[in-house]
Each structure stands twice: as structure tokens, then as C-alpha cells.
Design a protein around this ligand. Structure first.
Ligand SMILES: *Cc1c(COP(=O)(O)O)cnc(C)c1O
Length: 364
């Protein structure tokens, strides 16, 4: 059986470093927001080339706190994509703002800039682009557009740890970026975890305050309705231990993706758009025979695949209340995308076997 994803295999691979990190925390006596969190925050900020990193409880919270720190609330509209994980849009509802969904570019499967520009209106306050499946969006033109209209940009980098384009890391462009360290992500811990990054000192300080009861600079008095969304020491220590291996893992993902690209040529399906700075959180092929192929691979070849995402956000009941959206590219991709195994510990040496199975499945 080939699993689509197996976070425990990555932990097993780096077990020594992970065990040492855990042991240090257990013995150390600081369990929530301590030296491990501070150390990880500064190493992750360094890695990305940004000034500030604030560890929080999850990727979802990272988005919520970023929007909150920007002062978004009722009456504000946030333009984002429906071709993403639901948390991207849930975060907008959490601050009582309204998501405005735009369609994606069929090649990159990321936000279509022409659609973005057409959607901007007087209520628009911010934009959340998503580097879907680790593909680095062209942020230069998006930032230029945002600046022209005075809009804040919060990058959803939950799938893009280490992705690069035009010499910059994904997450270093927007006013804020949100990362998730859920165990299956390219950099994942052994529980929930997330981070907000920014180059703006005042926004960083506001986000820091929001993650802990609205306290400000060590004073234990609440200045605003903050949250309890802290990264714990155990997760921070594990993340700090795994960060040095992130680039290696991303290179292995890129090698596997390249191998897939070569072997899949000639088959009636569309592979993902290639980019040297992509980090391949997923490797999703598009085919109208998606459901049949997925079933065949599982039943006949013992290969697990996944669908990201079968129900685009705009078609989920919560998001259809106020308005019916029509996003043809998103809907087409939602019916055709199939995520093949791409995690290095899973695909190593198995790409030819998986592609041969796909070839048989498409001939059925
Ligand atoms: C995983 C993910 C999130 C949410 O992260 P959590 O840590 O699970 O809260 C948000 N956006 C995208 C695109 C994701 O893939």
C-alpha cells in the first residue's frame, strides 16, 4: 500500500533530532511561549528573509490574527480564492468581514489577477492570495495592484514553506503572511501550529498582543479582546529541529515532481504548472476521469491519492448564504484534480510504479 501522505514517516526519518528536541522541552520547565518559541521564531524569520515571526496555534489562527491586526471587521470585504482549503475563507468570517471569491488561472490554479482587479470595489479592504499546492504566485504584479488600490495583502502560505519567486520567499511580499505547521505540511510539527510573519514592527507587536489575551509588552492587562493562540514549546522545538531539513525535503519533492512530469508525458491528463521555486506541497494532475482513476488506483493498485478540494469553498453551504458564486475554472478543477503521493518519504523510488498504474487506470 502506498499512502498519499504519511507524516509519521517523516518523523521517523528525523527521529533523533525530534526526540532530542522533545526531551529538552520536557526537562526544561517552559511549556508555552518560552525560549524554544523565540528561537524558532527568529530562525524561521531568518529563513524567509522577513523581520518578524509570531508563533501561533494554527494556520487558521495565523490568518485570523493577521486580519484582526489589520483592523478588519464588519463592512469590509476580503478578496480571495475558492480554490483553497476552507480555513482561508473561514478566517475572513471570523473577523466578521465578507469573503469575495474570484476565479483562478487554469494553469497556475492560483488567483487570476484580471479577476482580482475586476472584483475590487469600495468595500474591498484586503486580498488573501493562496500559493496553492506550493506553487509560488507571481506576487510582484499582485502587490503593484494592491498598492495602487491601497489594499492590504495577507499571503496564505500554509502550503508554501520555502517557495520562492523573483529572488524572494513566499510570505515575504504581503503586509502579513500566514503559515501552518499542521503535520502534513512541508514543515510540520506533531500537533497544531502556525505562524504570522511581517516586516512591519507595529503590526508584529499588535499580532503578538492578539495571540495572548490582548496583553501588550509583558504587561498582564488586556488592551483589546485578544485570543489564546500560542505556539507551545514542544511544537516550536520540533519545528526548530526540522527547519534545517526543509530545503532538502523541498528538493526531494521537486525531483519527484520532475520525474512525474517526464513520465506522465503522453498520458491524457494535465500535470501542474512547473516553476523552479515551487515546493510541491501537492502534485495534482487534472483529468475528467478523476473519480474513476482514484478508485482504480486504490482498489486495483493499492495507491492512495487525495482530492484537494472536492467541494470548493464557494459551494459549501456556509458560503452560499448571501450570494451564489459562479467560478467555472475553480469548479472544473474541483471536479478534475487528483493529488498523487509526493511526500519524499512516500514517493522515493516509486514514481515509475505510480505512473505505470495511472497509465493502466486511464486505459480501463
Ligand atoms: C492547512 C491550511 C490552512 C489551515 O491551517 P491549520 O493549521 O490547519 O489551521 C489554511 N490555508 C491553507 C491553504 C491550508 O492548506
Amino acid at each position: 500500500m502506498i499512502p498519499q501522505c504519511a507524516p509519521q514517516w517523516r518523523i521517523r526519518r528525523f527521529r533523533e533530532a525530534v526526540d532530542a528536541a522533545i526531551e529538552a522541552v520536557v526537562a526544561g520547565g517552559h511549556y508555552v511561549l518560552g525560549p524554544q518559541v523565540e528561537r524558532f521564531e527568529s530562525s524561521f524569520a531568518n529563513y524567509l528573509g522577513v523581520r518578524h515571526c509570531i508563533g501561533v496555534n494554527s494556520g487558521t489562527d495565523a490568518l485570523v490574527l493577521a486580519l484582526k491586526a489589520l483592523g478588519l471587521g464588519p463592512g469590509d470585504e476580503v478578496i480571495t480564492v475558492s480554490m483553497s482549503f476552507c480555513a482561508t475563507a473561514l478566517a475572513i468570517l471570523q473577523v466578521n468581514a465578507e469573503p469575495h471569491f474570484v476565479d483562478v488561472d487554469p494553469c497556475s490554479r492560483c488567483m487570476d489577477l484580471a479577476q482580482l482587479e475586476a472584483a475590487i470595489n469600495p468595500r474591498t479592504a484586503a486580498i488573501i492570495p493562496v500559493h496553492l499546492h506550493g506553487y509560488p504566485m507571481a506576487m510582484g504584479p499582485l502587490m503593484a495592484l494592491a498598492e495602487r488600490h491601497g489594499l492590504a495583502v495577507v499571503e496564505d502560505c500554509a502550503q508554501a514553506h520555502g517557495a520562492r519567486r523573483d529572488g524572494r520567499a513566499a510570505g515575504s511580499w504581503g503586509l502579513f503572511a500566514a503559515f501552518s505547521f499542521y503535520p502534513t505540511k512541508n514543515l510540520g510539527c506533531i500537533g497544531d501550529g502556525g505562524a504570522i510573519v511581517t516586516n512591519d514592527a507595529a503590526l508584529a507587536s499588535r499580532a503578538r498582543s492578539l495571540r495572548q489575551y490582548g496583553w501588550h509588552k509583558g504587561q498582564r492587562v488586556s488592551r483589546e479582546a485578544g485570543f489564546n493562540s500560542r505556539l507551545d514549546e514542544l511544537q516550536a522545538a520540533v519545528l526548530h529541529a526540522l527547519l534545517p531539513f526543509l530545503d532538502e525535503g523541498n528538493r526531494e519533492r521537486a525531483d519527484a515532481a520532475q520525474h512525474y512530469q517526464e513520465l506522465l508525458q503522453g498520458l491524457p491528463l494535465t500535470p501542474p504548472l512547473q516553476h523552479p521555486g515551487a515546493v510541491h506541497h501537492q502534485f495534482a494532475i487534472a483529468t475528467p476521469q478523476r473519480d474513476r482513476l482514484q478508485n482504480y488506483l486504490l482498489r486495483q493498485e493499492a495507491i492512495s491519492t487525495a482530492v484537494h478540494y472536492a467541494d470548493p469553498i464557494h459551494m459549501q453551504p456556509l458560503f452560499q448564504r448571501k450570494r451564489l458564486w459562479h467560478l467555472p475554472e475553480t469548479e472544473r478543477l474541483a471536479s478534475q484534480l487528483l493529488s498523487l503521493p509526493i511526500q519524499p518519504e512516500v514517493v522515493q523510488g516509486r514514481v515509475p510504479q505510480i505512473v505505470a498504474a495511472i497509465g493502466r487506470g486511464l486505459q480501463q
